[in-house]
Design a protein around this ligand. Structure first.
Ligand code: PMP
Ligand code: GLN
Length: 382
């Protein structure tokens, strides 16, 4: 159920991080930054702990954070979710994904995602008992074939689960693609769950939240996470927003997954969401520079680079080096050149895995000197 070969196992992220540690390789596999986020957010967490914010938070999250999430959505997107009924705080986006899917689908239902898809989608859809149906994203730009998307919907489609900006491909979907998703969801009376954890990590392309599109708000649950925006992946603070009846359903499930989420981190993230526009522009600019440094190194190593418009991942095709099995290469790469990456086929069902069999994903959320060193090591692949 939980791993691509059908056995229960550790996630690919854990496997590759362990391998990187064992071999001393630079870990460009699991996506986590190697520098912490803003000092003022760290200080806010320490102040909250010192002030005694150390017992259970309310199940739906502390009011201060729910209000900050609402203000953030108003400031960037003109949305105004009600902090009392239309927002819940979750233990990372991971719990938001689990709580919303487990609340809405079960045996007999279908959940539609693009493919490749983030690993927890497949696992949670499996746990729910629903059927996971996919529509492919195709290289080089990883945009969906809209006819295939239409065909993937059926009368059983209960949820369409979008991820934009998209992990692992780095695609940022334009308005036409998102409008088609909304149109099809309306036609099939499906709920849209949209995972927008990389909302602020885009390079030139504008992020369009699904909930802002005509006809979408009443059937859309939006997920985000402090892990990505503020570089505190270990704090596990995420959130879910949307219409009251859908939030209430997800909240019911959340009660029995984690009950509540880390109290002092919530008040620190509430402070973080209020940081000035320069902070948000700055994280994207810095990441774009890092993207370009790593991409240049990957190109120099003889790989075909698919330039991402968002996220902190870049995908390459290893076929120009005569490689046909990215899973096998990813297992050898740390010992071979001292760099770890994630094979794209693990984000796919068998047919999609065949289509992506020579693709690897590298994370560039690392210090510039680390990326330069990785580029030098990768050059020896050629
Ligand atoms: N969704 C996507 C698309 C992700 O890439 C990730 C993790 N990086 C998550 C969800 C999980 O986020 P969190 O760490 O907040 O649980
Ligand atoms: N989302 C991160 C990635 O795609 C990993 C998170 C995890 O290890 N579950 O690399």
């Amino acid at each position: 159920l939980l791993s691509p070969d059908g056995t229960l196992g550790v996630t690919i992220f854990e496997e590759m991080t362990t391998l990187a540690l064992q071999t001393g390789a630079i870990n460009l596999g699991q996506g986590f930054p190697d520098e912490d986020g803003p000092v003022e957010i760290k200080a806010a967490a320490q102040a909250a702990i010192a002030a005694g914010a150390n017992q259970y938070a309310p199940g739906k999250g502390i009011l201060e954070l729910r209000e900050a999430i609402s203000l953030h959505q108003e400031r960037f997107y003109g949305l105004e979710p009600d902090p009392q009924t239309e927002i819940i705080v979750t233990t990372g986006a991971t719990e938001a994904i689990a709580a919303s899917l487990l609340a809405l689908v079960g045996p007999g239902d279908e959940v539609l995602t693009f493919e490749p898809f983030y690993d927890s989608y497949g696992a949670i859809i499996g746990l729910s008992g629903a059927r996971h149906v996919t529509a492919p994203l195709l290289a080089p730009d990883f945009m969906p074939d809209l006819a295939a998307l239409d065909a993937a919907f059926s009368s059983r489609t209960r949820v369409v689960l979008v991820n934009n900006p998209h992990n692992p491909t780095g695609a940022v979907f334009p308005r036409e693609v998102l409008e088609r998703v909304v149109e099809l969801a309306i036609r099939h009376d499906a709920v849209i769950i949209t995972d927008e954890v990389y909302e602020h990590l885009t390079f030139g392309a504008r992020h369009i939240p699904v909930a802002t599109l005509p006809g979408a708000a009443g059937r859309t649950l939006t997920i985000s996470s402090a892990g990505k925006t503020f570089s505190f992946t270990g704090w596990k603070i995420g959130w879910l927003s949307g219409p009251e009846h859908l939030i209430a359903a997800a909240r019911t499930v959340k009660q029995f997954l984690s009950y509540s989420s880390g109290t002092p981190f919530q008040s620190a993230i509430a402070a973080g969401l209020g940081l000035p526009d320069e902070f948000y522009a700055g994280i994207a600019d810095t990441l774009q520079l890092k993207r370009d440094i790593l991409s240049e190194g990957l190109r120099a190593a003889g790989l075909d680079v698919f330039t991402p418009q968002g996220t902190y991942f870049v995908n390459v095709d290893t076929a120009p080096l005569g490689i046909t099995d990215a899973v096998e290469l990813a297992r050898r790469l740390p010992a071979l050149v001292g760099v770890a990456a994630i094979p794209v086929p693990v984000f796919c069902h068998p047919e999609g895995a065949e289509r992506t069999r020579s693709l690897l994903r590298f994370a560039f959320c690392k210090r510039i000197d680390v990326l330069q060193e990785a580029a030098e090591r990768l050059a020896t692949l050629r």
